[in-house]
Ligand binder design. Sequence first.
Ligand SMILES: [Cu+2]
Length: 445
Amino acid sequence: MAGFDLTRRRALLAGAATGTAALAATTSASAAPADHRWAKSYSGSPERGALPPAEPGVDYRPTVTPGGATLPFRVRDGVKIFHLVAEEVEHEFAPGVRARCWGYNGRVHGPTIEAVEGDRVRVYVTNRLGAPTTVHWHGIFLPCGMDGVGGLTQRSIAPGETFRYEWTFRQHGTFMYHSHHDEMTQMAMGMLGMIVVHPRRPPPGYEVDRDFVMMLSEWKLMPGAKRPDPNEMTDFNLLTMNARCFPGTVPLVCKTGDRVRIRLGNLSAMDHHGIHLHGYYFKVVATDGGRLPASAQWPETTVLVPTGSTRDIEFVADAPGDWAMHCHMTHHVMNQMGHGLPNMIGVDKGDIDRKAQSVVPGYMAMGEHGMGDMAEMGMKVPDNSIPMVGGKGPYDTITMGGMFTIVKVRDTLEGDGDPGWYPMPEGTRADVAKPQELERDGIVV
Ligand SMILES: [Cu+2]
């Protein structure tokens, strides 16, 4: 099966100057065998294959980046003009924990760049950091000199300078951008963002009602510290979705019956994330290598998003509720201070906490029954840090942190804001068993 993407791209590369010609060529070439040699043609000029700039809300349904933003653009002479400003940003990961990070346009991570296949784009990058930087457009086909690898494809952008990048999108899908100068430092400080490119002529099944974008990343921020530590290699303590950790993550709000796509990207320094959605199965429909043909889209409840990759998942939100969505690596649903503690499971602590608190105010050892105890008892934490777990839920403490968010599906919605907690219909929520129920079913406790 020759992917339609390849034939379409080849049609664009054939030098079609207008949308009509390009699309006609796509149709006639649809039976052609896959051929990857087209890639060599990308050393051509940025204008090659450009189509009229597509309009949001007219030519495509804009995506939503929960907790983030989309980069605005203007059109000049048929080119979409974007401007990224690399700078230091005061960022809040969750209420109670902030840090001086590096990002773009006053945000961490940078705003999502959104365009349509065939759009010619010009991205100015201004460097307001104290260090040189570059921007690499991860997964994008472009002339080699626009690839943004410091030293290899360009000289780095010195502090105070503005560089111009320019290309025509010849593919569609979910991609990313990030610093490619001193990556270990600059990516760990937050210099990442997502890129979404819609198809010029959407393939069957592409249209959805909700199109969410989510960047996964990880940080080391010592409790009380003001800056993330880029030197950390293994022991990350803030695991984030769109640069926020639970309970600071922003829910994904859907209406019952909506067709939903979530575009997951991972630019964590050292980790892959298995993102699990409760209440549904979804299909993995695309990677940053392109959309999968329907015959290759497989159902899952957890999708592994390796670092340096994107995965698009789609499902129909036909079950109302508050459905958890989170990384299934259990240490990735913890916040700061979740590491390096003595194991106290099964240990009677007696009044050790009270005694220790006389010399270390707020001291609290891991609970005899685990970390949940600490969340429920409201362990005191140092300034500018958050407890390992604990969000306020409608019934109890939610003993999760880190890479955890909620897909909120409702029969009726007023606006796209957080609709609050899901009111469980009578008799559909787990609750304490009544004695007569136990007796009826022969359960002895
Ligand atoms: Cu993870």
